[in-house]
Write a protein that binds this ligand. Structure first.
Ligand code: OGA
Ligand code: ZN
Ligand code: ZN
Length: 405
């Protein structure tokens, strides 16, 4: 049959295209894989390979999850024999627990333990490295995207989210003047992060405001919702009506940049703001439901590697309960005042126009608003919503993977 003949002839010629691979056991427990064309061999710990066996007893393909019985896992398992299937481009390992595993070479290379490979993987797929900016650099780092293109073109959606991840801010222009824009944008990425104030919220001067933002007074630099353990990650602020009066401008500052400056210029203040735990709170009621939120955390939060994870700052939402030793109070106030002064000096002010959507990282940037006149002829109307980083990074990875396929 024609099909069979073709199949056979392909098999006959195919070995010429197989890349030669050599594999061997090194140091009794590890496995070395070397493509002859590749000068540097890759070494994989045996215990990790056995843990990540891809056979159907150890791995569930459709959920892409490990199903190996870890209650019986022997961490001293070691390879007895390793060989290569060049046609399948796989390494085959026989283990001391009588199990056999097959690992595609491509799969192994993608999981290389070499430091530069791991760094590349983390920067490409985990989270893009951030670039911090001074207020004077705002114009060069802020990128604009067209609303229609963000909604229709996956490449532009990816560019918007990438800019947001790297710089912490991006502007979208040309949005229609309707209240559904923030929801449509959020749902293009994933879904809205709901808060005490609902899913979408309207920022306008309101009589009897339950939130300090809902006044026409200046709104000093702050992060939204520092009183949540799971602080919403990204603000989407859609300007529908902008005041013609002076004021109503947005202020933005990269607080990670400010933290860097503080660390270099006022190290003791920096350390104090990383160490002293502050109470952040919000008390009130919304739609007839009372709430009392508290979260205790420093102004500058760091992870185990000393990287910034979050900045908290809000004058209105800082609790009068301050549960720290008495002698820490005065020094903390001095340090906090330095941080606030530096932040103010690095802030960039600009006024969004109707149809513009300001999106920024609420974990990293501080934002504010200058005061404005609110009269019947002169009003300001902003619709906002939040997204979470888990959802944004997930969308970015899906878009990147699709593009690379
Ligand atoms: C807020 C806020 C910004 C603005 O409501 O928390 O920061 O432009 N608003 O009104
Ligand atoms: Zn297995
Ligand atoms: Zn705010």
């Amino acid at each position: 049959m024609w099909v069979q003949r073709l199949g056979r002839s392909l098999v006959g010629y195919a070995p010429r295209f197989f890349r030669p691979i050599s594999t061997r056991i090194v140091g009794k427990t590890n496995i070395e894989v070397q493509e002859q064309t590749d000068s540097q061999p890759l070494i994989f710990p045996g215990v990790w390979l056995r843990d990540n066996c891809l056979c159907e007893d150890c791995f569930h393909v459709s959920s892409q999850s490990r199903k190996l019985d870890w209650d019986k896992f022997d961490t001293r398992v070691h390879p007895l024999k390793v060989r290569t299937d060049e046609k399948a481009q796989e390494a085959i390992v026989n283990w001391s627990d009588r199990h056999e595993s097959r690992f595609p070479i491509k799969w192994l290379k993608e999981r290389s333990f070499r430091e530069e490979h791991q760094e590349e993987y983390l920067a490409d797929l985990y989270r893009p490295p951030t670039r911090l900016w001074a207020g004077s650099q705002f114009k060069t780092i802020s990128q604009h995207f067209d609303y229609g293109q963000v909604m229709d073109d996956d490449q532009v959606l990816e560019q918007w989210l990438q800019a947001l991840a790297v710089y912490g801010v991006a502007l979208i222009r040309g949005a229609p003047q309707d209240e559904g824009v923030v929801r449509r944008l959020a749902e293009r990425v994933g879904f809205i992060r709901r808060t005490t104030y609902g899913e979408e919220f309207v920022v306008q001067a309101k009589p009897g405001a339950q939130n300090f933002a809902y006044l026409s007074l200046p709104l000093p630099l702050h992060t939204d919702l520092p009183y949540y353990e799971y602080k919403p990650s990204v603000n989407i602020l859609h300007c529908l009506v902008q005041t013609e009066s002076p004021g109503g401008s947005n202020l933005l500052v990269d607080a990670f940049y400010v933290a860097d400056r503080l660390r270099r210029e006022h190290t003791e203040d920096y350390e104090r703001l990383c160490r002293i735990v502050v109470d952040w709170n919000d008390i009130g009621s919304e739609d007839g439901r009372e709430f009392h939120n508290i979260w205790r955390a420093p102004v500058i939060c760091l992870d185990a590697q000393g990287q910034y994870t979050r900045v908290n700052h809000s004058v209105p939402q800082r609790d009068s309960h301050f549960n720290v030793p008495f002698e820490e109070v005065q020094p903390w106030y001095e340090s906090y005042a330095k941080f606030v002064q530096l932040s103010r000096s690095e802030a960039y002010a600009f006024k969004t126009r109707p149809g513009e959507v300001l999106t920024f990282n609420n974990i990293r940037l501080l934002h504010g608003r200058t005061g404005y006149d609110d009269t019947e002829q002169n009003s300001r109307y902003i619709v906002g919503a939040y997204l979470d980083w888990d959802i944004i990074y997930s969308r970015l990875r899906v878009l990147k993977k699709r593009r690379n396929q």
